[in-house]
Design a protein around this ligand. Structure first.
Ligand code: SF4
Ligand code: SF4
Length: 81
């Protein structure tokens, strides 16, 4: 099987993604500037955002780094970690 065919390239893409996720985990985080409006939670496609005692929080193991929540926050309290 020649190197560089579609299957090899797809495999390389998957391994590159897993490497980046493992080594450079860039899950989004919520700062203490959060005013607990709740807007971000409804935007998350994987339900990674939940309400804590004092602010909303993002589960880094669930977050897929899509950025939807950051765009929604009215006080810019969400950023890439
Ligand atoms: S970046 Fe995307 S997946 Fe992560 S918490 Fe925000 S909306 Fe959810
Ligand atoms: S949108 Fe911003 S202020 Fe509102 S709950 Fe989410 S992080 Fe907090």
């Amino acid at each position: 099987m020649p190197i560089g065919n579609g299957k090899c390239q797809s495999f390389q893409g998957v391994t590159n993604f897993l490497f980046r996720k493992e080594i450079f985990d860039m899950a989004y985080v919520i700062s203490d500037g959060c005013i607990s409006c709740g807007s971000c939670a409804g935007q998350c496609p994987v339900s990674a955002i939940s309400q804590g005692d004092t602010q909303f929080n993002i589960d880094p193991d669930t977050c897929i780094d899509c950025g939807s929540c950051a765009a929604q926050c009215p006080v810019s309290a969400i950023s890439q970690g």
